[in-house]
Design a protein around this ligand. Structure first.
Ligand SMILES: Cc1cc2nc3c(=O)[nH]c(=O)nc-3n(C[C@H](O)[C@H](O)[C@H](O)COP(=O)(O)O)c2cc1C
Length: 465
């Protein structure tokens, strides 16, 4: 059976207790009622994926369509999307990089074999307000989708798969945000030739398919094939309603909006709760006209909890890419922590330092990978970079600030960082909390490790009666 979101949900429900919850409580997501529940869970440090089974649509009517939030909020959930049971951060990053570099051809299925064709709306039937689309954070400019957008290059025929938020404007229009990456490149090339860009907006699918949308794939790679690699099987696709075989769409998707990014048109989009945890500004963005909607019965919308933990964790493929590239330069790097590091702009790198100064080269390699990185803390391999208590202990006991802190002035920053004074120019910081290699250093106070390892607490304490 081909991989689908339902397939994954049944797996986590059965095998990952605490990672999934379903509710039949009636909610109106467009009035913040779903995100308010997610906020309460997050305040208690609980991050289950939540399936809202009785949601109302934007118009306020009951609908059989459903909403899923926090799909990506924890390492076990991301690991399970990649068929890993209880992975470490490094195992998830290595698995993602391995799978994305083994692309697989798509499998084309007939429309009548494609679950996403169970419901079809065309022409005047198209009405986005009949879907349970959430407004997540108070300032959001409208109900927002956080879908995967599929586009086919009008000249090369290659498919791009990317994560782009879309704000509902009316029953058949959306405002889409594209940073100047591949989807933007595809659109600009089409617009230059006087064309709109046909797209398929995938509202729900297996989480491995979504992760591909976050990855930093190369422009000349066909991302449908990369999706096959990451999913571990060729992606099942089927002809679209609007363009037939000219635009193949994922057959196992939950809901797909078919349409185009309209040439020579722009629209107001935003504000939107960003991954930084702050509301990002309203912008002049691009207009999408939706021409057809196809769906499974009771189709599920994957709604990312913007500005919260899930939003950061969905960036795991980017973290994996940074990890692989930093290790390619400095192989002694053993782990990195970016999404767990207390903020998306901080990165902690642990390494088994062999020579003095190589740790700074690792920091520079990270900076050169992504302008998402503003502060780098370097630690030795006895420190878990995902454990902020350990990291702060290393900073407290291994750093002298006149010697171990470097400030990089005038570096390109991230436009969404609210602390920038200039639009994009900012500063970088490196804190070197590694021990010196050229002199003896104070030894950590603890009982001998080989004796600690022999202790089995279950044999020592009897259960409480
Ligand atoms: C949850 C989530 C939402 C995102 N939303 C957007 C967005 O609205 N616009 C954008 O340009 N990038 C967004 N990104 C980042 C892109 O997915 C990422 O840069 C990706 O590599 C773009 O793919 P592409 O280079 O193939 O266009 C988002 C990432 C995540 C994880």
């Amino acid at each position: 059976m081909a991989k689908s979101l339902r397939h994954w949900l049944s797996q986590i429900e059965e095998k990952f207790p605490g990672e999934f919850a379903r509710t039949s409580q009636e909610v109106m997501p467009s009035k913040f009622e779903a995100s308010a529940i997610m906020e309460c869970l997050e305040r208690q440090a609980q991050y289950p994926a939540v399936l809202f089974e009785r949601a109302r649509d934007i118009e306020g009517n009951p609908t059989s369509f459903r909403l899923l939030m926090n799909t990506f909020a924890t390492v076990p959930k991301i690991g399970s999307a990649l068929d890993l049971a209880q992975p470490t951060r490094v195992e998830v990053m290595e698995r993602y990089m391995k799978m994305q570099s083994s692309p697989k051809d798509v499998t084309v299925v007939e429309k009548n074999e494609a679950p996403v064709k169970e419901v079809i709306w065309t022409g005047s039937e198209v009405n986005l307000e009949r879907l349970p689309i959430p407004r997540t954070n108070e300032m959001d400019g409208g109900p927002y989708l956080t879908p995967i957008v599929v586009a086919r290059h009008h000249k090369t025929g290659r498919y791009n798969v990317s994560w782009n938020r879309c704000m509902v404007i009316d029953r058949n229009h959306l405002g889409i945000w594209m940073s100047p990456r591949h989807l933007w490149t595809y659109f600009m090339a089409a617009e230059e030739d006087g064309k709109s860009l046909p797209i398929a907006i995938v509202l729900g699918h297996h989480p491995a398919f979504f992760l591909v949308g976050a990855g930093l794939t190369k422009l000349d790679q066909d991302e449908y094939r990369v999706a096959g690699g990451v999913m571990g099987e060729g992606l099942e696709v089927t002809p679209s309603e609007s363009l037939g075989s000219e635009l193949l769409v994922p057959a196992q998707a939950e809901i797909i909006l078919e349409g185009e990014i309209v040439r020579d048109r722009r629209t107001i989009e935003g504000p939107f709760g960003e991954f930084t945890g702050y509301n990002g500004p309203q912008r002049l963005s691009w207009l999408v006209e939706v021409k057809a909607v196809t769906a499974r019965h009771d189709g599920i919308i994957v709604g990312v909890f913007g500005g919260h933990q899930e939003n950061l964790y969905a960036h795991y493929p980017i973290q994996a890419d940074i990890y692989a590239n930093v290790r390619a330069v400095i192989p002694n790097v053993v782990d990195i922590s970016w999404v767990d590091s207390g903020g998306p702009l901080n990165m902690i790198i642990s390494l088994k330092k062999k020579t003095e100064g190589e740790q700074l080269r690792a920091a520079m390699a990270a900076f050169s990978q992504s302008n998402f990185i503003k502060h780098v803390i370097l630690v030795d391999d006895d420190i878990d970079p995902g454990n902020l208590k350990q990291v702060m202990w290393a900073v407290a006991t291994r750093v002298q600030s006149d010697r171990d802190v470097n400030v990089l002035k005038g570096m390109q920053g991230q436009v969404l960082d609210p602390s920038l004074e200039h639009e994009i120019r900012g500063a970088g910081l490196i804190i070197d909390a590694t021990k010196p290699t050229d002199r003896a250093y104070a030894i950590k106070a603890q009982p001998p490790e080989e004796i600690v390892r022999k202790v089995d607490l279950t044999q020592i304490f009897s259960p409480v009666r």
